[in-house]
Design a protein. Sequence first.
Length: 229
Amino acid sequence: MFKDKSYDETLKIIQEGLWYLKDTTSEIAIEHLNSIAKKYEFTLNDTLQSIENKLNFSDCTGIYYFEANFNIFYSKWLREQGNQFDNLIERRERFFFYILDRWFENRSGNTPRISRIKFMKHFVARKSGKNFYSDGWVPLYIGKARNDIFSSNKGLKFRIIEHIYADYRTTSDQLYSMRLNDLETTFNDVDFRVSYVKMDKFEEDYLYHLVYFIEKELRFRINPIIGKQ
């Protein structure tokens, strides 16, 4: 394919191939994430064992996606406020700072921040006390995992559990994780769900870089409220 091609011509072919891979794989991934999301719903009232049983798939390389539903949490907050915010934009902003304060309460380690701009985009406050974005589900976090016996990252299921029960997996405060279990007493009315895309064909070192490439595109398209970008 590259025989008799110049450096610039070869580079152009590779770039076009990567863009095609990124676009087509991202579209397939989003469809897959949406189709399996309901299978893996949980709350922070669930035990570790029940969550591990619910995540009934084997560890593999791929991309995972967390979502959160704040409807009940928001309705309770709204009642506590006495419906004092007629301006829905102000109400949404006040609710964001309420969540942000609790997000950093009693944290045990390195935790990603919540983006105000992304939250304001995704969470649409209503007078009824509900958020109607995607049936109430707000994009929370996107990440990748590699099933590699030579690294500390053991695959999708392992990494997902780290985000929920980080201290169960490691005592290191340096672990970059949402550590959702830290929020058990304050976020017990929040529903969560997680879905994943298996990409076991990309486990080799030189191919795993493509998982990063696709993860970045999914993050750009879905725009979760927590994490990079």
